[in-house]
Ligand binder design. Structure first.
Ligand code: SAM
Length: 297
């Protein structure tokens, strides 16, 4: 377990992952009834962007920092779409960020900031130090429960949640990429048996496209009636040596999530382009009724 998210916090992949997470939580909040979030690979919860780790890679500079150009946060046609603006505002409202972005909240803290008093979160983290940070961060928050354990294993015990509605976020480190996809498939198989109606959001890295295809095909046949894929590529997906892009696969995606994400994805591609124009894709892997035409840009 060598992976530490502190080196990557706020990078272009986190921008996609966490803005989609924000959109999902907003969709869940459309109903008054409480929901549960289960984060199988939670990380440490919050990252200082002036830390040695973040400074070593500087990845956030080509990620979240690109959304902070002063004029972007105003309203107007060329500005940030409302979803991204609200997401960014919630990050900047974090204590410690009063004078600019110093702290980047990870998925557990972003979720906790967006959740209501009646919603709850179950956070799993296997690394002892990261789990200890998480516990410390949330010791005062009675909505949040931290589990120092394997997130895949924990799904068996945590599903279905008592709220009977909610979201499972699966965001592993992919230290051995092919193997991680198989672990996710096995965990999802059991999870879907226990809780077929849950929303499942799975983040995946894109290096070589051919490494991702078997997993996407598996999702198409895993038995859910709706699965949405949102991807952002900053480099061509033909090199195994670097992170070229990433995607979120959302099983049992809320209705209209595709509409909510279209404009933000377009804006992210505009803002996060590196040597070439970034590409985005929003595609129903599985859809009730007829399959839709993929939208790639
Ligand atoms: N979800 C976090 C976020 O968005 O802020 C980032 C998570 S990071 C990509 C992956 C985390 O999974 C690491 O902190 C790592 O220690 C942890 N991890 C690795 N294997 C695990 C497992 N089997 N169960 C739970 N956590 C695990």
């Amino acid at each position: 377990m060598n992976y530490r998210h502190a080196y990557h916090a706020g990078n272009f992949a986190d921008v996609l992952k966490h803005s989609v997470l924000f959109a999902l939580i907003e969709a869940l909040k459309a109903k008054d009834t409480p929901f549960a979030l289960i984060d199988t690979h939670a990380g440490s919860g919050c990252y200082a962007l002036d830390s040695e780790e973040a400074g070593k890679t500087g990845e956030y500079r080509d990620g979240i920092a690109r959304l902070l150009f002063p004029d972007l946060r105003q309203s107007g046609p060329s500005k940030l779409p409302p979803l991204l603006r609200h997401w960014l505002d919630s990050i900047l409202a974090l204590p410690g960020n009063e004078h600019g972005l110093k702290l980047y909240p990870g998925s557990p803290l972003q979720a906790a900031l967006a959740m209501r008093a009646t919603d709850s979160a179950q956070l799993c983290e296997l690394h002892p130090e990261e789990a200890a940070h998480l516990r410390e961060l949330f010791h005062h928050d009675r909505r949040v429960h931290v589990h120092h354990r394997d997130g895949y294993e924990a799904l068996k015990a945590l599903l279905p949640p008592k709220e009977k509605r909610g979201l499972v976020l699966i965001d592993p480190p992919y230290e051995a990429q092919e193997n991680e996809f198989r672990l996710i498939e096995a965990a999802l198989k059991t999870a879907l048996q226990r809780w077929p109606n849950g929303v499942y959001a799975i983040w995946y890295p894109i290096k070589l496209r051919s490494q991702v295809q078997p997993f996407l095909r598996w999702l198409q046949h895993c038995g859910v009636r709706r699965a949405l894929q949102a991807e952002l590529l900053v480099h061509p997906d033909d090199s195994p040596l670097r992170l070229n892009g990433s995607g979120m696969a959302i099983l049992n995606a809320p209705w209209h999530l595709d509409q909510a994400l279209r404009e933000p994805l377009h804006a992210m591609a505009r803002l996060l382009s590196q040597e070439r124009a970034a590409e985005w894709r929003l595609h129903w892997l599985v859809q009730e009724g007829d399959a839709q035409t993929p939208q790639a840009h």
